[in-house]
Design a protein around this ligand. Structure first.
Ligand code: SD4
Length: 323
């Protein structure tokens, strides 16, 4: 049942509940001195092609939701990115399992977890959002749904990723490596011509994770969150720490209370630092964008950068860090 019909059905059966917030056009009531910015796209890491793709779409009048989906798809298809989509590093048993989420300006969202054999999990997440009454589908059910929706099954384990995994099997040492191959998840936030914000986040998770492990990226509020009155946030790094802090939701709520995106990201990282004695052993990075187009980012270790596309300029910007 299409979501629209589901809502109608719910109303007809007397539930009469409003499941989803009405599409809110820009009001940004809680932002001081709201001024609609020029379209802008920000994304984690140095994913130039992805941000350029999304940024150009935004400047051509394409809505933020479409731009964010198309932008992150660039990395899902990029075989040399071993942390996202096709070519992603497998788990300990050799399975490539993908997590992704997407969120629309009206607060609607969708996600998939532990999805195998589909190159573009973000597009499946969007279908979950638009074509089902649910927010999240997992594993076999998510795969069956994707196939029903016309997605093609394919092998996502590249020769290179398979060889690296076999090399890893020799020692089977599980050590997340800061800022290296384990952290290249793409989280993206876009503001379009109308001032609406949307976002997406997609990953193959931590390399050589336990079979069945799910990280923060598909968890709304953890790897991705936004509110069209305030702004949005995305995360990358050690998903467990991000989930425990509900980091992206926290950042949006801090911005609602008047913090700048930068201050909000710093508070979220400080909270994780405080909560984890071993915080030096892993990386967490947050990226936030408010409705005025202000950007903030903060991480535990040096080395995290983000890319920003605005006014035809694609800039890679190093983030401030705790250490
Ligand atoms: C996860 N946050 O699954 C993701 C990993 C990541 O770049 O960010 N990789 O925990």
């Amino acid at each position: 049942m299409k979501r629209r019909n589901f809502i109608k059905a719910a109303t007809i059966t007397g539930a009469g509940v409003s499941f989803f917030p009405a599409a809110c056009k820009v009001s940004a009531a809680n932002l001081k001195d709201y001024q609609k910015p020029n379209p802008i796209c920000v994304a984690t890491w140095n994913f130039h092609e992805a941000s350029k793709t999304a940024g150009e779409l935004l400047y051509n009048g394409i809505p933020a939701l479409d731009a964010a989906e198309q932008g992150v798809k660039v990395e899902e298809a990029n075989l040399s990115n071993t942390t996202v989509g096709n070519g992603g590093a497998p788990d300990r048993d050799g399975n490539v399992t993908l997590d992704a989420s997407i969120m629309a300006p009206n607060g609607d969202c969708g996600s998939v977890v532990y999805l195998k054999e589909i190159e573009h999990p973000v597009s499946v997440a969007r279908k979950v959002m638009e074509e089902t009454p649910h927010v999240m589908l997992a594993g076999e059910g998510a795969l069956q749904f994707a196939i029903q929706q016309g997605f093609k099954r394919q092998n996502l384990l590249t020769k290179e990723s398979e060889e690296a995994w076999k090399e890893w099997l020799k020692k089977k040492e599980y050590k997340p490596i800061i800022n290296i191959e384990n952290h290249d998840t793409i989280g993206m936030l876009c503001i379009d011509e109308t001032g609406d914000i949307a976002g997406a986040c997609t990953t193959s998770g931590l390399a050589y994770k336990m079979n069945g492990r799910v990280g923060d990226s598909p968890i709304i509020g953890a790897g991705l969150y936004l509110d069209n009155e305030i702004g949005g946030a995305v995360a990358t790094g050690m998903g467990e720490a991000i989930v425990k802090s509900v980091g992206s939701f926290l950042i949006v709520e801090l911005m609602r209370q008047g913090k700048t995106p930068q201050e909000a990201c710093e508070i979220a990282v400080q909270r994780i630092v405080k909560q984890h004695k071993n915080y030096k052993d892993f990386q967490v990075a947050f990226l936030a964008l408010d409705k005025n187009g202000n950007v903030g980012s903060y991480c535990i270790h040096q080395g995290f950068t983000y890319v920003k596309y605005q006014d035809k300029q694609n800039t890679n910007i190093p983030s401030k860090s705790h250490l």
